[in-house]
Write a new protein. Structure first.
Length: 272
């Protein structure tokens, strides 16, 4: 385990694996680098991968202050500085996609290419999950709330053949305070006005059956970022990157290798 220290003195844990050009992998809300366990290896034939533990998760500090996606992005910059990495490709999923947007907006020189997965621009323009989804996740019975989250992440067929452990359900070591701050950071994210200024080549990925972060957010992002492409994976839910890894990882690697190829991306539903 290695740590970088941010300008405000917070120690951020990070993990470097593999060889090759660096690919930063950013996890979802209230999750550590464990979000990527078991699938980051899909990128190692061509890339090294860098993951982080957000503030308040894993082996990183919790300074006891409010969090924001902009601050999480600054923490990523501290990690890149510690590694001596000038520019990296960035792949963020869920809240990690919001952090990735902040990186491309506020630190454009550091982002070579951008992949935004199952995420949203936030603010009044983002498409929010339905009230029925909110109620299911707020069920006072923890077991029922967990079942609801699993059903939003994965299809029933996948759950029937994959008994776990499920690493996308949140970092169990987090404090209630940190968990609340992650929720607020994600909810307060809004870079809509800045998205047209993103210059990095961008790919937007989303599951076609994602109700946790509705699929309608994908064309919003792709339409707002100049030259962005979007690919919708039919039948996939929020954790498309894990359940549909044999589709998603090659899409990402092909995009990064080709830098927005002139030919259409080869799989599923491709939107220009």
């Amino acid at each position: 385990m290695t740590h970088a220290t941010t300008p405000d003195g917070v120690r951020i844990a990070y993990q470097l694996r593999g060889d090759g050009d660096p690919l930063v992998l950013l996890a979802g809300q209230a999750n550590s680098h464990r979000w990527w366990d078991g699938i980051r290896e899909d990128f190692h034939a061509a890339r090294s991968t860098i993951t982080i533990d957000y503030r308040g998760t894993g082996a990183s500090d919790d300074p006891g202050t409010p969090f924001s996606t902009e601050e999480f992005a600054r923490d990523v910059i501290a990690v890149l500085d510690d590694l001596g990495v000038d520019r990296a490709d960035v792949y963020g999923t869920s809240m990690g996609g919001r952090v990735a947007q902040c990186l491309a907006v506020h630190h454009p020189r550091r982002v070579r290419s951008l992949v935004l997965g199952c995420t949203s621009p936030g603010g009044r323009h983002g498409v929010e999950r339905g009230n029925d989804v909110r109620r299911s996740l707020a069920d006072p019975d923890p077991a029922a709330a967990r079942r609801a989250l699993l059903g939003l992440m994965y299809t029933p067929d996948w759950l029937a053949t994959h008994p776990g452990p499920y690493r996308t359900l949140g970092d169990p070591t987090m404090s209630a305070r940190a968990r609340r701050q992650h929720l607020l950071a994600s909810d307060r994210h809004d870079v809509w006005d800045a998205l047209p200024g993103i210059a990095a080549p961008t790919l937007v990925l989303h599951g076609g059956d994602d109700l946790l972060n509705p699929t309608a957010n994908a064309p919003l992002l792709a339409g707002r970022i100049p030259g962005a492409r979007s690919v919708i994976i039919p039948g996939a839910r929020h954790a498309y990157f894990e359940e549909f890894r044999t589709v998603a990882a090659p899409l990402v690697l092909d995009f990064l290798a080709a830098r927005l190829p002139a030919a259409p991306l080869p799989l599923w539903h491709d939107q220009q």
